[in-house]
Design a protein. Structure first.
Length: 335
């Protein structure tokens, strides 16, 4: 009897853990699939037959967001300006060292400090020339029309595009200077809803799907008996320890978390039936699919527009842009 697919889900595979699609596929074929689930409610929804999880990855390929183009800091000059600030700090540091060496009568120390001042002064001149000759912002204007992701507003009213904000907020020393100069941002500003504030839209590729064989919960050790009974009643399996497990690209599995798992070393009628439907609908070609247990890998990933990058797993309620590209798949799964 064929398995009815009731719900489609989408899992985004992050580039930080798996830079390329091949990295994830190789791990899946070796260790099987284990996908962390954000909460107990989602874990319960995935229990039993009828769920299919599509796999998406962008391999760090993305396009500018068309809905938040505005004047912003030139991305190349932004980095150069940071280097200029660092270089100026070094010059000030070594100039102080020159004076200290003079007072101490340390001629060798004075010579070394002077040499450092000259070297960093030359570096500073080159950095300023780099800004003047910047091709992106047309000769050092330091401004360019790009996808900004929206903006934040500091306490003094100064605005900063969100792409620059994300860049500087990861650099504590630079961010601290900006806060001192402008005051802390007093609200979240404006975030582009299309790109989620990142300034770009990933070029998503669907590279396969899997059907969960089990939902597992990694025990912490201090769970109440009522909780353990509840998840066992929902047919969620408990795992006592993961100490002997192999580390994955995304790290070790963590106690207190739920995981959708499946093996890739045994055949699965469910996956084969689902694949046959997708092939019959013309979504993929038979020669483009490789089945390993409950995992089906597309040799040539399918590009799908309109999918925003997200963390983890979500029910796939298709956006209008995506629906045209993938409606045949969902129709096939619902038959």
């Amino acid at each position: 009897m064929a398995t009815e697919i009731k719900t489609a889900w989408l899992q985004w595979i992050g580039c930080d853990s798996y830079p390329k699609i091949k990295d994830y596929v190789d791990e899946a074929l070796t260790l099987g699939i284990s996908k962390k689930i954000t909460n107990a409610g989602m874990a319960k929804a995935l229990v039993g037959e009828g769920n299919i999880i599509f796999l998406a990855h962008d391999e760090a390929v993305h396009n500018p967001c068309p809905d938040c183009i505005d004047e912003a800091t030139c991305p190349d000059c932004r980095v150069t300006i940071e280097h200029i600030t660092t270089c100026e700090d070094k010059i000030d540091f070594y100039e102080d060292k020159v004076e200290e060496a003079k007072k101490a009568g340390n001629s060798k120390g004075e010579k070394r400090a002077n040499h450092a001042v000259k070297a960093h002064t030359k570096e500073l001149e080159n950095l300023h020339d780099k800004i003047k000759n910047c091709k992106i912002c047309d000769g050092g204007t330091k401004k360019v029309n790009i996808s900004t992701g929206g903006y934040i507003e500091f306490a003094n009213g100064k605005k900063m595009d969100r792409v620059s904000y994300q860049y500087y907020s990861r650099k504590p020393e630079v961010w601290r200077k900006l806060i001192i100069a402008n005051g802390a941002p007093f609200d979240d500003g404006v975030t582009c809803l299309t790109c989620g504030g990142v300034g770009y839209i990933p070029e998503a590729k669907i590279f396969g799907f899997f059907i969960p064989s089990d939902i597992e919960y990694i025990l912490v050790g201090d769970e109440e008996e009522t909780f353990k009974k509840e998840i066992e009643d929902k047919k969620i399996k408990t795992v006592i320890t993961t100490k002997l497990e192999t580390k994955r690209g995304c790290g070790f599995r963590k106690p207190g978390s739920f995981y959708a798992v499946t093996k890739t070393d045994s055949s699965s009628d469910s996956v084969k039936e689902t694949l046959a439907k997708l092939i019959a609908k013309g979504l993929i070609k038979a020669e483009n699919a490789e089945v390993s247990g409950n995992f089906c890998n597309f040799v040539e990933p399918i590009k799908v527009e309109g999918i925003k990058r997200f963390r983890g797993l979500k029910k796939w309620n298709l956006d209008p842009e995506v629906e045209e590209a993938f409606d045949m798949a969902i129709e096939a799964l619902e038959e």
